[in-house]
Write a protein that binds this ligand. Structure first.
Ligand code: AGP
Length: 593
């Protein structure tokens, strides 16, 4: 759950600004602490607790000599966010420096052994055992790459590691297992990083490293060795992502930029209709679907269940990846397991996939093509959201939901549904154009401590997602319930201190959802309703209303109404002077179980 980058400038120019830029682009993976190690006559290290900008102000991270080095941004898992626990980690003599992303499960045992052999530890991290192991194997006579290889044989858990050593100047080695690592290749420099965002400004030529491969980068060339230590040739591919895609383009935050990109994301997803059809044709017959995912992707999967069961009439189960083990017993060869993930790196989801019998077909719906998930599933669909930097998922959520609507339409031969999806970008544009209305409402709700969301049927996953968005960026306690459940308990919570946000599109569930609205109105609380234009009934019952094009009925509302709710969460957060791109305690890629 951290970001790592290494860079070797073959032209011997100063590497620190490049490392810092790369680390900044990885900051969405963690921002508890940052550190850089470069080599020039010896290994130089600067690191500290805090976000990159804060640490840079204190330490001037540009002021590092050398033309190659490594950098790290951390999301604290083993060991608190302190200077000592920040990466890079070095051995006692600063002969070896490493950055690591992942979790070493057997670090306590290894640490005990290494301590008994005389190694001195200065941090509470799991990572520090790796640096002492490399040092030990180098002291035994191995070169850096073989010391790394021998060390990894002793590690249990996940890792992407980049290491340098003052004993072997102008060499950098890297390897991975269960954490991603990408190599970037340019005329004058080489890069290795957790993902391509760190190097996209400098190169689009990438090589994905497979498990157990070790890349040895020098100031002349690079060589990749397979897990048996044989040198291998791997093809360089050109990523479709471009540097422009990761610019803020004048927006104050990535989140609002990404919310505004959603009409285009839907359009690009619809352009993939035939690719999605081809994947489904390849998969062939199945009688049941089991969707596994976490967080926002879980909510997208729930939306998928509603539309797939309605249109394609295929029984569909949705399981939180972290709870998946209990479902294993009921899977059979007639089940298609679909994992849904923005990052493709979520440890809980990857672990669930690993538990599945090889005979059962698996499909991943993933936004990051170079991530691990497409590699461990039989089939994959890459969502066309482009890079998403804001920690709170917005455009990737909508892309996932849109893929599942297309799947439902294709599997259920419902061309009318598919036709209607082409109108969705226009409906979203209409909401974005009226964002000032939502800004005004948001001011009114920004001071609250609690919020209650309710929605029925197709809108239930939408309110679950809206409440998650609100929690994670504004820190307002938000609960979401299916409207019909209100009377079974949560109504007891409703009084004037608990404003309600209700989602009521037109359709079969409208009247029952309005009944629930009546129930909360009677408790004299503030109500904001997202509904349809010309719906006099809801206008009468809510204090505030945001009304959407009446052509959007309950069936396609999940692709449209969520945009208004994302904007409400965003504006409330900005009103509270919080940074929506970097919520506390969270990271975008959750590579820990
Ligand atoms: C979304 O806003 C959250 N950051 C989080 O819930 C996220 O959706 C979850 O961790 C799953 O991530 P994934 O889609 O990358 O698997």
């Amino acid at each position: 759950m951290c970001g790592i980058i290494g860079c070797m400038k073959k032209n011997k120019s100063n590497v620190a600004p490049t490392l810092l830029y790369g680390a900044k682009k990885l900051e969405y993976r963690g921002y508890d602490s940052v550190g850089i190690a470069t080599y020039s006559d010896k290994i130089h290290v600067k690191k500290d607790e805090g976000k990159i900008e804060e640490v840079h102000k204190r330490l001037n991270l540009y002021d590092m000599p050398g033309s190659y080095g490594i950098a790290h941004v951390r999301w604290a898992s083993v060991g608190r966010a302190t200077k000592e626990n920040a990466h890079p980690h070095t051995d006692e003599n600063e002969k070896v420096a490493i950055v690591h992303n992942g979790t070493i499960k057997n670090y306590a045992t290894l640490k005990k052994e290494l301590k008994s052999e005389g190694h001195t530890f200065t941090s509470q991290t799991d990572t520090e055992v790796i640096v002492h192991l490399i040092e030990k194997f180098m002291d035994d006579g191995l070169d850096l790459e073989h010391a790394l290889r021998e060390s990894t044989k002793l590690l249990k858990g996940s890792y992407a590691i980049v290491a340098i050593s003052s004993d072997e100047p102008y060499k950098m080695v890297a390897t991975r297992k269960d954490s991603s690592l990408v190599l970037g290749v340019e005329q004058d420099s080489y890069y290795v990083a957790s993902d391509i965002l760190a190097m996209l400004k400098y190169t689009r030529n990438i090589i994905e490293l497979e498990e157990g491969e070790i890349v040895v980068i020098t100031d002349e060339d690079y060589v990749i060795h397979d897990k048996f230590d044989n040198p291998i040739n791997k093809e360089i591919t050109v990523t479709p992502w471009t540097p422009e895609m990761i610019d803020k383009n004048g927006y104050p935050y990535y989140m609002i930029k990404e919310i505004n990109e959603q009409p285009e994301v839907i359009q690009k997803t619809l352009n993939d209709k035939n690719k999605i059809r081809a994947v489904l044709d390849d998969i062939g017959d199945f009688e049941r679907i089991c969707l596994i995912a976490c967080g926002t992707s879980y909510h997208a999967a729930l939306s998928g269940k509603y539309i797939i069961e309605t249109v394609a009439k295929i029984p569909t189960n949705v399981i939180l990846a972290s709870e998946f083990s209990h479902t294993l017993n009921v899977l059979d060869e007639k089940t298609l397991v679909i994992s849904v993930s923005q990052s493709g790196e979520t440890a809980d989801t990857l672990k669930a996939l690993k538990m599945i019998d090889e005979k059962i077909k698996t499909l991943s719906i993933v936004n990051v093509e170079t991530s691990q998930m497409p590699k461990v599933t039989d089939y994959s669909i890459i969502t066309q959201a482009g890079p998403e930097i804001g920690v709170a998922a917005t455009k990737t959520y909508l892309a996932q939901v849109c893929v599942m609507y297309l799947m439902a339409g294709i599997l259920g031969n419902d061309s009318e549904l598919i036709e209607r999806l082409y109108e969705v970008p226009r409906y979203i544009e209409e909401i974005l154009e009226r964002c000032d209305e939502l800004k005004v409402y948001s001011k009114r709700y920004s001071f609250v401590n609690d919020l209650f969301y309710m929605g029925k049927g197709f809108s239930y996953p939408t309110v679950l997602e809206a409440a998650l968005k609100m929690k994670e960026i504004s820190y307002i306690h938000a609960e979401a319930y299916a409207s019909g459940e209100l009377k079974h308990g949560p109504l007891a919570l409703i009084d004037f201190t608990m404003p309600v946000i209700s989602v009521i599109p037109p359709g079969e569930d409208h009247d029952l959802a309005v009944n629930a609205l009546e129930e909360v109105k009677a408790r004299k609380t503030l109500i904001l309703t997202i509904g349809s234009e010309n719906d006099d009934i809801i206008e009468d019952k809510a204090n505030d209303c945001f009304l959407i094009n009446p052509e959007v009925d309950e069936e396609i509302a999940p692709l449209v109404y969520i945009v208004a709710l994302q904007l409400v969460a965003y504006y409330i957060t900005v009103e509270k002077r919080l940074n929506p791109d970097m919520p506390r305690n969270l990271a975008k890629t959750v590579a820990t179980e």
